[in-house]
Structures are given as structure tokens and as C-alpha cells.
Design a binder for this molecule. Structure first.
Ligand SMILES: *[C@@H]1O[C@H](CO)[C@@H](O)[C@H](O)[C@H]1NC(C)=O
Length: 490
């Protein structure tokens, strides 16, 4: 036992002595195509005779290959190897047999041993590890995604052919996650890719998301700010109606606004009856009423299309014989509304004051319990309050510019001029030739009505658009499938 320890210690010591005599750097780093110097020196030779020195390359453990030999009598020799013609002794001598390797390759990474043949102690050596580095080629890009409700790839980030491998992270407050995949390259570098996944909403279009690439050869992490591209079918609203279309008026106009990505390719105006009144002129998304008459006392429909689908909205114009003397919506409405508000506030104030007074008198006096039912006075007040706000709502909705159909408003204002065609009986539409189902903006995604609205005539355009803007995940999706899935969007 004791003996074996002595042997181990002796071996360790002799190792130290040897490595001290052949001096090399433990590690050298290099980039491809550079040249690299590998130093070697025999120190404190003393009585030791140096007969020959060799450089041995070891790409992987155990595969030794002589790449350069120096003998004081026979001179330099460079055996056939991947280094031939790229390796040379910087100043050929036994004392300093350093070599220079030109045009280093990623595959030159490995161990280089400077090995002396000596007498009488035998071989002595020192080993340098050459670490090949590669700056990654970094890039990032958005991936056009459809607002479909499902998680999809919305952005990509790549650090190509780096060594060592880069790390990728994402900075965003978007609710998503990312994966990272490493692809080892034949030359020893690694390409790292990351994809950010989320369920994009139309509102995420244009939103920033940041990818951060960190790698040893970079002084700083590199960041890429990516603008998300989210595609969605149009949502349509009609503006410009002031609820004052009187007979003979000449400057009435409706404007059809559509929010969509990609851009709306087509905006069309129609009426429920199917016929366009003769006094109406359509200029792009505007419907100009050159002269208000009975023919425009109708419901106008605007439809907008993009490659992902189409959507309609409608507005019912009410033609009056007489001009409204005052624009009810702006001045009178505000005044009446204000008066009502003041009255309500007074009533609430009075009720609260009275209630407090009563509570106080209850607390001061000692008789009745605290949870006494409210006095009849207060009950009367709350009934009053129930009525008043209702009056006010009616007033406001009547006088506000009736520009846009909002599904929320529909239920509360049955007397509104605006009607929802969706609620009409689809089997008996009032409008002969037009389709019996309409897609309103308030429709839940994926309803049958939505599907019926994705029109085949736009197939070529939309197909191109899908192909061009879609990342690899959708590349295999057939034309038919695209169209079934497109209306599933919001
Ligand atoms: C417009 O139509 C409504 C009914 O929809 C009707 O009450 C009104 O009198 C019409 N106005 C004109 C000027 O014909």
C-alpha cells in the first residue's frame, strides 16, 4: 500500500518536471482563415541531449498524426497531412521549434503536442489545445401569422455557424413561449435557431418583440427588435351619418372604414334592396349622396374584402321631410342630458343625506335595530333613479351620430334606425338577390356565417398571399384547407 503511494507521487513529480522542460501554452484560440503560432521551447536541457522534435496533431483522443519534424542534421520534414503546405517552423532549431499554421480551419481544432526525443531521459512533451472560434451570423425575422386563436410561430431568431454555440432568449411582454434548436454543422460550428410562439390577436400586429443572441466571441449580446405581422380579415364600420338626412340635402355622405391586414383589396357599397339609388355616387370607400330623397331612405351595406375574408356592416338612413333645425346631437342633447344629470345628482344627494340623517338618529337614539329596512322615502327615491338614467340613455343614443352598428347597442335600442340584418329571418331576406347571411363584426369566430363569407372569387389572390406570407408551417396547406381555416379567424 505504502509502496504504491510512493510510485504515484514519483510519477506525478516526474510529470511536472517533464512539462516544465517543454514549454508550450496550454490553450490558443483562433478564427477560421487566420494564422496561428504554436510556441514550443526546451528549457534547462542541462546534460540532456536533444535529438529530434516533432509536432503531433490529435483531432480526437488517440488519433495522433505527425505534422512537422525537425532534426538538426536532416532538417525539416512535413509529412503528408491536412497541414502540409500550411505549417512551417518559425525559426527551425531544437531549442525553439515553434510552428505557424496558416489559414486555419474549423477542423484544425484539437491538441498539438510538441514532442522531443532526448537522451538519456527519452521522450518529453508539452501539449497546446487549439480552440477554434466562429462568430455566429445572427438574424431575426417576423413570421406572418394569422389571428386564429391558436398558438403559431410569430418570429424567428437564428445564430448560424457559431462556435461555441450561441444562446438565444426573448424579451417581450407578449404571452407566448419559445423553443431553441441546435444544429451541429459539419465544420464543427453550431447553428442555433429559436422560434417564438403565441396566439396572435389583430391588436398584436406591429407589436415589438426582441430577440437576444449571446455568444462568447461577441463583446455584447446582439438584440433584434422584430415587428410582429398579424393578419386578420376586415372589420368594417360605417361613419359619417349625422341623423339629419332631410329631403333636398346635398352634402350627405357615408364613409366605410375597414381595419384589415393585409390591406383591404375591395370595398363595395350596396343597399338592402339590391339597387343603388340613382342620386348616390360611390367614390372608393365613400358613399356620396348628391341629393337626399326617398330613394336613400334605406339601409346601406358596406362590404370589405382582403385575402383572408370579407366582412359587412350596415347603416339605416332615416330621411325626414323637414330639416332638423338644431343639430340635436351636439347642443340640445348635451343641455338636456346635463339637466337630467343635475336632477339625478340632486336626488341622489338628497337621498344620501336623508339616509345618513336617519342612521344618525338611529345611532343616537337607542331603540330600533341597526338593520332596519330602509325608510319608504328612500325606496321612492331609488325608483326615481331607476327611471332617470334610462331616460338619459335613450336620449343619448337617439341623439348621438348613428354611424356604426355595434352589437352591444342593438339590444338596448330597439327603436334605433340601425338594424341588424343578422337578426332577420335568413329564409326570407328583405333583399332579394343578396345573400341571406351577413357577417357582422360582432360575430364569434368560426360560425357558419363567417365561412359563407369567404368568397371563392378571391381565391387566387388570397392563395398567393397565403403562400407568400406564410412560414414553413403552412407551406403544405392546400388551397382548399386554407379556405376552410381562414374564416376561423377573428
Ligand atoms: C323613411 O322610411 C320610414 C320607415 O322606414 C318612414 O317612416 C319615413 O316616412 C320615410 N321617409 C320618407 C321621407 O319617405
Amino acid at each position: 500500500m505504502r509502496n504504491s503511494w510512493t510510485i504515484v507521487v514519483f510519477l506525478l513529480c516526474s510529470q511536472v518536471v517533464q512539462s516544465q522542460r517543454v514549454r508550450v501554452l496550454p490553450e490558443v484560440e483562433a478564427y477560421a482563415n487566420e494564422s496561428v503560432n504554436l510556441h514550443c521551447e526546451f528549457t534547462n536541457a542541462g546534460a540532456t541531449k536533444l535529438t529530434q522534435v516533432s509536432w503531433i496533431f490529435e483531432a480526437t483522443e488517440g488519433q495522433r498524426e505527425n505534422i512537422a519534424v525537425y532534426h538538426p542534421t536532416y532538417g525539416q520534414s512535413f509529412p503528408q497531412s491536412a497541414f502540409k503546405d500550411r505549417v512551417q517552423f518559425t525559426q527551425p532549431s531544437l531549442e525553439n521549434p515553434s510552428i505557424k499554421i496558416n489559414n486555419v480551419r474549423m477542423s484544425d481544432a484539437g491538441k498539438y503536442t510538441c514532442e522531443y526525443a532526448t537522451y538519456p531521459s527519452g521522450n518529453e512533451q508539452g501539449t497546446t489545445t487549439l480552440i477554434m472560434l466562429a462568430k455566429p451570423k445572427n438574424s431575426a425575422s417576423p413570421v406572418a401569422a394569422q389571428a386564429s386563436g391558436g398558438k403559431v410561430v410569430v418570429a424567428r431568431c437564428e445564430a448560424a455557424q457559431g462556435k461555441p454555440a450561441a444562446t438565444i432568449t426573448w424579451m417581450t411582454n407578449a404571452a407566448g413561449d419559445f423553443n431553441i434548436t441546435s444544429y451541429p454543422q459539419p465544420d464543427g460550428t453550431v447553428t442555433v435557431r429559436s422560434e417564438y410562439h403565441m396566439a396572435p390577436m389583430p391588436a398584436d400586429n406591429g407589436r415589438d418583440i426582441t430577440c437576444v443572441i449571446t455568444q462568447q466571441t461577441q463583446n455584447h449580446p446582439q438584440t433584434f427588435t422584430i415587428k410582429l405581422t398579424v393578419q386578420y380579415p376586415p372589420t368594417v364600420r360605417i361613419e359619417g351619418y349625422d341623423d339629419n338626412w332631410y329631403m333636398g340635402r346635398t352634402d350627405a355622405m357615408l364613409i366605410c372604414h375597414a381595419d384589415a391586414n393585409p390591406e383591404v383589396v375591395n370595398v363595395t357599397w350596396a343597399t338592402v334592396s339590391g339597387k343603388m339609388p340613382p342620386t348616390v355616387k360611390v367614390v372608393q370607400n365613400k358613399l356620396l349622396v348628391q341629393k337626399v330623397d326617398e330613394s336613400v331612405n334605406t339601409t346601406f351595406i358596406c362590404e370589405a374584402k382582403n385575402s383572408l375574408g370579407s366582412s359587412k356592416n350596415q347603416l339605416t338612413a332615416m330621411v325626414t321631410v323637414e330639416k332638423r333645425t338644431e343639430p340635436v346631437g351636439s347642443v340640445t342633447g348635451a343641455v338636456i342630458g346635463g339637466i337630467i344629470a343635475v336632477v339625478i345628482l340632486c336626488l341622489i344627494g338628497a337621498a344620501v343625506a336623508m339616509y345618513r340623517k336617519r342612521l344618525q338618529s338611529v345611532e343616537n337614539g337607542d331603540g330600533p335595530p341597526k338593520y332596519k329596512p330602509p325608510p319608504p322615502m328612500k325606496a321612492g327615491c331609488s325608483t326615481e333613479m331607476l327611471h332617470k338614467p334610462k331616460d338619459q340613455t335613450t336620449m343619448v343614443t337617439e341623439t348621438a351620430p348613428l354611424s356604426c352598428y355595434e352589437p352591444n347597442y342593438y339590444d338596448t335600442t330597439a327603436a334605433e334606425p340601425i338594424t341588424d340584418l343578422d337578426d332577420e329571418n335568413p329564409s326570407s331576406p328583405a333583399n332579394g338577390g343578396t345573400p341571406s347571411t351577413w357577417q357582422g363584426p360582432g360575430h364569434p369566430p368560426g360560425t357558419d356565417e363567417s365561412i359563407s363569407d369567404t368568397l371563392p372569387p378571391y381565391e387566387p389572390t388570397s392563395h398567393d398571399g397565403l403562400e407568400a406570407n406564410h412560414g414553413p408551417p403552412a407551406a403544405g396547406v392546400s388551397r382548399g384547407e386554407s379556405f376552410v381555416s381562414a374564416p376561423m379567424l377573428v
